[in-house]
Structures are given as C-alpha cells and as structure tokens.
Design a protein around this ligand. Structure first.
Ligand SMILES: [Zn+2]
Length: 190
C-alpha cells in the first residue's frame, strides 16, 4: 500500500505544473518561447554583429517588414533588445542588444559550429577570434589559448573563406571589414 502513496507524493508537483503547459518545466522550452520562432535568432545574431537600425536588419535579413517588426517587438518585450532613440536622429529608433541578449552569444556560437560540423560542405562565412590573443574561438565560444569563455565584447569577427567578397547590400559590405562584436554598425546612407 505504500507504493501509491509514494507515487502520488512524487508526481503531484509535476502534474500540477504539467496540467496546462506540459513543456514549461524545461528551461530550453522557456527559452524557445522567446527565440524559437523563425528568424528570431538571426535577428539576435545581427544585433550581436552590431546591427541596430530597422532598415539595416531589413536589408541584411531580407525578410518581410511585418515579420521583422514582430520579431523586434518580441525581443524587446523579452528584454533581449532595448529600443531607444538614435543618438543622431532622436525621432528614429535603434535596437541595442542588452545584457540578456549578449548572454545568447555562446548559444549562437555553438549553434553555428554545430551547423557547420553537421551540414558542412561550405567554408565558414565568418571567423571569430579572441581580441586579446588572436586565437580562433572554440565551438562554445571559448578561447583554447586563454581558457574560459570569451566575453562577446572581446570577440573579433573576420570574413571567412566562404563569404561573398562583393555583397549587394550595405550591411553585408560593412561586415566585410574585421570588427568587434557589438560595435555599432554604420552603413552608407541609401
Ligand atoms: Zn585568448
């Protein structure tokens, strides 16, 4: 007779939480509530590259305006991006990646490395190095030479052998030059 009592005690909490939202106990599922929609992680990627303006996200990603607007709103509401007035044009806005957004960098780095390893076939589009020592980052964003995770602001991004050297859009052109992550990207006026 002990068995049902133990079972009940052991599972009651899980059942209470799982009743309406079966996935809510999984932290990956919670994260995907914010970043799991199509395009969202690519918006975060671009923000880490230094893209801040709506039009720059638009031309670089090539996505419908309504989709971009929805993704920016989701990310802003989740505290991944902060919408603030442009310094040089206060009536316009820019989207700046927050501390919470920066914390997604190792996950994005690992996802990119997994994609390259798994699907291969193409040379890397971009290379990432630790600014302090020039060593290429490992798959999880760590520096093999210094040890430990490299903070995103200490990462230099360089064009890789697979990158189109003559891209058509101004954001891709600006991203051809070696640059630190998070450094605000500037594009020529269109
Ligand atoms: Zn290093």
């Amino acid at each position: 007779m002990n068995e049902p009592a133990l079972g009940k005690g052991g599972y009651s909490g899980a059942m209470a939480l799982g009743k309406d939202y079966a996935t809510q106990e999984c932290s990956i599922a919670r994260a995907l509530e914010v970043v799991g929609e199509r395009w969202t992680l690519l918006v975060v990627r671009d923000a880490l590259y230094g893209v801040r303006r709506y039009n720059d996200f638009l031309v670089h990603l090539g996505i419908p305006r309504a989709v971009l607007a929805a993704r920016l709103q989701t990310l802003t509401e989740a505290g991944v991006l902060e919408k603030r007035p442009c310094a040089d044009a206060p009536r316009r806005h820019e989207y700046v990646v927050t501390e919470r957004g920066r914390a997604l960098w190792p996950a994005l780095r690992a996802l990119g490395a997994w994609g390259l390893d798994t699907f291969g076939g193409t040379a890397p589009l971009r290379l990432f190095r630790h600014v302090a020592c020039g060593t290429e980052l490992g798959a999880a964003g760590e520096c093999p030479a210094c040890g430990g995770l490299v903070p995103v602001e200490d990462v230099e991004m360089l064009p890789g052998p697979g990158l189109d050297p003559e891209p058509s859009d101004p954001v891709s052109r600006a991203l051809l030059a070696p640059r630190r992550l998070l450094q605000p990207l500037t594009t020529d006026p269109v």
